[in-house]
Design a protein around this ligand. Structure first.
Ligand SMILES: CSC[C@H]1O[C@H](OP(=O)(O)O)[C@H](O)[C@@H]1O
Length: 381
């Protein structure tokens, strides 16, 4: 077992990550993305000059993670508006790029609504473009602020639920600065615990098949100087059995009105393990990830991705239906594969949901609706 008490220096602040930014070079505005498919080996950037390029980046997970998808979607609409592309067409392409994370549609619809409202008020195309960009920037700023609030609420909850003052936290997929305008959702809570000297160990699920944990969470944990250990997804059970997990922290891509949580595939088995071993299972997500128009987990569309992501080791990840070449086979050629990108955890397996507006525990539809009613986020149907 890894040295449980090895502590990295607390407060070893990493240099800021530029995950996504708007730039206005002489040849016209662009969206600059840190290409997450190349991490951790390469820190390279993608420059998106049009919406099809951004849609491809979303589909291949060069840019990913629910809150960041919402921000990227809003800037995508702004890019179309400022560059004179068809905004309605752009919004449609962006919303359809990935179906599960509700934030993507929220960000796209919020920016598009700002654009149409400006035109309705008599603004010209240039002014309408500026208004749309301002709305994307506002969403970006709000998400950064929400990340800080969730980190504080989440750490207070951990201190309440876990005795001993030094936490062993297991996380799945990637939920840090690479998914956010700030330091993330679930990982931001763990980073806060680390900075407060209350992180004993961060257990990082590798998260097959696209390895967001191994490639991205380990990358962020190292940059933050956190005491972390990587594990294969199928090793998590033995950690629970050994009593090595004090709490599970995960993000979300869509939370239905009844509190069902769609998150990276492998989250549901962790919830079952946590229930069996009486370990808190905590979901951290902004209210923009709550979808009160979707009644329950059965109503959430779960993205099915190319089977080649399972039968081959290949990066960058393939978009749905992408039958490209270049991967290293880990199964006989022609093997069929089941590759859902997400799974659904029912509310009865969720100990608490932490948002920027506060915490609900137990998880109920009424509690969720009350939290969302507090949110200052612009409501877009
Ligand atoms: C809190 S958003 C991060 C969320 O998004 C991830 O999915 P993907 O990497 O496919 O965008 C995963 O579900 C994370 O929990």
């Amino acid at each position: 077992m890894a040295d449980q008490d090895a502590q990295s220096p607390v407060g070893s602040e990493p240099a800021g990550l530029s995950v996504l930014r708007w730039e206005e070079p002489p040849e016209g505005p662009v969206l600059v993305l840190l290409d997450q498919t190349r991490l951790p080996a390469e820190e390279t950037e993608l420059v998106c000059t049009d919406v099809p390029a951004l849609v491809d980046a979303i589909r291949t997970l060069a840019v990913r993670g629910a809150p960041l998808l919402g921000i990227a979607g809003a800037y995508g609409v702004a890019l179309a508006a400022v560059r004179g592309f068809d905004v309605a067409e752009a919004a449609g392409l962006l919303e359809q790029a990935r179906p599960t994370a509700v934030n993507l549609g929220y960000g796209v619809r919020r920016a598009a609504a700002a654009y149409w409202a400006a035109l309705d008020k008599g603004a010209g195309p240039e002014q309408a473009g500026a208004v749309t960009l301002a709305e994307a920037r506002a969403l970006h700023r709000e998400d950064a602020e929400a990340s800080g609030r969730m980190a504080r609420f989440g750490l207070d909850l951990l201190d309440e639920l876990v005795s001993g003052g030094s936490h062993r936290l297991l996380t799945h997929c990637n939920t840090g600065a690479l998914v956010s305008g700030g330091e993330g959702t679930a990982l931001a809570v763990a980073i806060g615990a680390h900075r407060a000297g209350r992180l004993r160990r961060l257990w990082v699920d590798e998260t097959r098949p696209l390895l967001q944990g191994a490639r991205l969470t380990a990358y962020e944990a190292a940059r933050n100087g956190m005491p972390y250990s990587l594990l294969t997804d199928n090793a998590a059970g033995s950690l629970f059995a050994a009593g090595e997990v004090d709490a599970v922290l995960i993000g979300a891509d869509r939370i239905a009105a009844d509190g069902s949580v769609a998150n990276k595939v492998g989250s549901y088995p962790l919830a079952v393990l946590a229930k069996y071993h009486h370990v808190p299972f905590i979901v951290v997500a902004p209210t923009t990830t709550v979808d009160l128009l979707t009644a329950d987990g059965a109503s959430i569309t779960v993205e099915q991705r190319s089977g080649r992501e399972v039968t081959e080791l290949t990066f960058p990840p393939r978009g749905a239906g992408d039958e490209g070449t270049g991967g290293v086979p880990v199964a006989p050629v022609g093997t069929q594969a089941y590759n859902p990108a997400f799974d659904i955890t029912p509310p009865e397996l969720v100990t608490a949901i932490v948002t920027e507006e506060g915490v609900i525990s137990p998880v109920t539809g009424a509690g969720l609706a009350e939290l969302c009613a507090r949110s200052s986020q612009v409501t877009i149907s």
